[in-house]
Design a protein around this ligand. Structure first.
Ligand code: AHG
Ligand code: MN
Ligand code: MN
Length: 333
């Protein structure tokens, strides 16, 4: 089998479709290289200084794990010097990160969740990195948070890495979704799946049902109908999976279909859901739509939401189109 590297894929994609100019290619390659470094750190586990809590809190008031901070630092350092970025933003940093003055600036903005699935680090379950790329607005001076507040439909690239039994990188630049597997001996990303497609129908759903007593009626109705199986209104049995790493749940859905939900609930109306719009929901929505699926917040397409804050949260329903449309319709009734 002829191996196609990430670099070859990016160069040929630009040649054929003109969607990956050199600066964006550099950005993607630098992010991919950072993910390789994070994968290496993750793989060391208890043999490296990477497990456990850092005993600090991020802007969301979550206790940071050592790997949250290590991964954030790896991504910052990798992306500062290349001249491809105007600024970065991360789950682990309250404010945006400007490119130091000693380096040239580029036209892209990079957002990331450096380590997704932090609760799974210490138990050796799949975790990952999520990223989203925007263009800096025309005529931007010194970048501000405001420059990042663009709807997901403006993303020029998005992707995630999963650090699991295999390390994979799943990428879109708006022309389908492709999967690369890290060859650990060679240290290179190899194209292993072209044009990933999410089946429109599915028999699998993912939700943290320990929150069921807090759900709003449309979610309760939808999940109860799934749970009723072949004796209920759906006349069919559904299976459930919940990994508690969005990257791993979304990767399963991109691989074989399914619907993923992290709804808002009755607990705190100022905190709609758990997942963050700009560096979790938007990049995943872009990937899922590019693979033929759908992603909504129950009321509208996630990528149409006009962000108001860098760290804002959003309810998420994504995956196989027919199920996402159904649970969204229940919200509208
Ligand atoms: P992070 O580790 O970046 O904070 O994200 C964790 C998220 C997401 O990956 C996952 O789907 C969800 O939190 C799990 O939440 P519960 O612990 O409520 O199941
Ligand atoms: Mn996350
Ligand atoms: Mn995270």
């Amino acid at each position: 089998m002829k191996r196609i590297s990430l670099t070859q894929y990016l160069v040929e994609e630009q040649r054929q479709h003109n969607t990956i100019p050199a600066e964006l290619r550099l950005l993607i390659e630098v992010v991919a290289r950072a993910c390789k470094t994070i994968s290496h750190a993750v793989g060391k586990g208890a043999l490296g200084e990477v497990m456990g809590s850092a005993e600090t809190e991020n802007v969301q008031g979550e206790v940071q794990k050592k790997l949250d901070i290590i991964s954030n630092d790896i991504l910052l350092e990798a992306n500062e010097w290349g001249g491809h970025l105007a600024a970065m933003a991360s789950e682990e940093m309250e404010t945006i990160h400007l490119i130091p003055n000693r380096y040239p600036k580029g036209e892209y903005l990079l957002l990331f969740d450096p380590l997704d699935g932090s609760s799974n680090i210490d138990v050796n379950v799949s975790i990952g990195t999520i990223f989203s790329v925007l263009k800096a607005p025309e005529g931007m001076g010194v970048p501000t948070e405001q420059d990042f507040l663009q709807p997901g439909s403006q993303q020029v690239a998005a992707g995630y890495a999963v650090y699991g039994p295999q390390t994979v990188l799943v990428l879109t630049t708006g022309n389908g979704v492709n999967c690369f597997t890290l060859d650990r001996e060679m240290g290179s990303w190899v194209l292993t799946q072209r044009n990933m497609q999410i089946p429109t129908e599915t028999k699998e759903f993912a939700i943290n049902s320990s929150n069921a007593r807090h759900w709003f009626p449309p979610v309760t109705r939808y999940v109860n109908e799934l749970l009723a199986g072949d004796s209920g209104p759906r006349s069919s049995n559904f299976n459930m999976r919940w990994i508690a790493s969005m990257v791993a749940d979304v990767h399963r859905i991109l691989s074989r279909g399914g619907v993923f939900m992290y709804p808002a609930d009755t607990r705190d109306t100022k905190m709609p859901g758990k997942l963050r719009l700009m560096y979790e929901a938007n990049p995943m929505a872009f990937l899922v739509e590019q693979a033929g699926g759908a992603a909504t917040n129950g009321a509208q397409r996630i990528m149409d939401i006009q962000p108001e804050k860098l760290h804002q949260r959003v309810p998420v329903f994504l995956g196989s189109k027919n199920e996402v449309e159904r649970v969204t319709a229940y919200h509208q009734e």
